[in-house]
Design a protein around this ligand. Structure first.
Ligand SMILES: [Zn+2]
Length: 183
């Protein structure tokens, strides 16, 4: 895709929105009151607002490879704090997906130096390889979401500012488009 196509698509996007609501952007600039805070994998196939057809302003999103809740990750901590304390989101959604390259790289012992720091974090949520005979990568992706839901509930920012905001885990199926609810 060329830059000019991105520009053309953007113009088309503006045109369609204004067609439905001429004042959409006037409202948008007043601020955001999103209902959801979403933690999603960075994978280009799983964009949270596209798969749920949510309009701009509804989802405050943090993305990283394999949707990890890492306590020492300052970027995630800041997003979580802002979502809870300032935006007062109503729900937190942790969304993994099938065919996840991050899960695959971590499970199949990718050895690229530049990836090791993050992969070691993904691996922390895996079951012990010696304890299980066979597990599919999609099963691991599902387990990973459940682990991250637990980590989120134990996160110091959530404990301090969460006020029991609901935390849900979901798995997006790349092969069908279905968003499966796990918790
Ligand atoms: Zn992924």
């Amino acid at each position: 895709m060329q830059d000019s196509e991105l520009r053309k698509n953007n113009e088309e996007f503006i045109r369609k929105i204004k067609e439905q609501d001429p004042f959409f952007f006037d409202e948008l600039k007043k601020g955001q009151t999103p209902e959801f805070f979403v933690l999603s994998c960075s994978d280009s196939r799983v964009s949270p607002s596209i798969i749920t057809q949510m309009p701009l302003g509804q989802m405050f999103v943090h993305r990283n490879i394999a949707n990890q809740v890492v306590t020492e990750d300052e970027s995630f901590s800041a997003s979580l704090y802002f979502a809870l304390e300032h935006l007062k989101v109503k729900k937190i959604i942790i969304k993994g997906h099938t065919e996840c390259g991050g899960i695959k790289a971590a499970w199949l012992d990718n050895d690229e130096e530049e990836l090791q720091g993050w992969i070691s974090k993904i691996r922390k949520s895996f079951p012990n390889k010696h304890d299980i005979k066979e597990i599919s990568l999609d099963e691991l992706a599902k387990n990973n979401v459940l682990k991250q839901v637990k980590h989120l509930k134990q996160h110091p920012i959530y404990k301090a500012y969460g006020n029991d905001v609901e935390v849900r885990g979901c798995l997006f199926h790349v092969e069908s488009g279905e968003l499966e609810r796990l918790t």
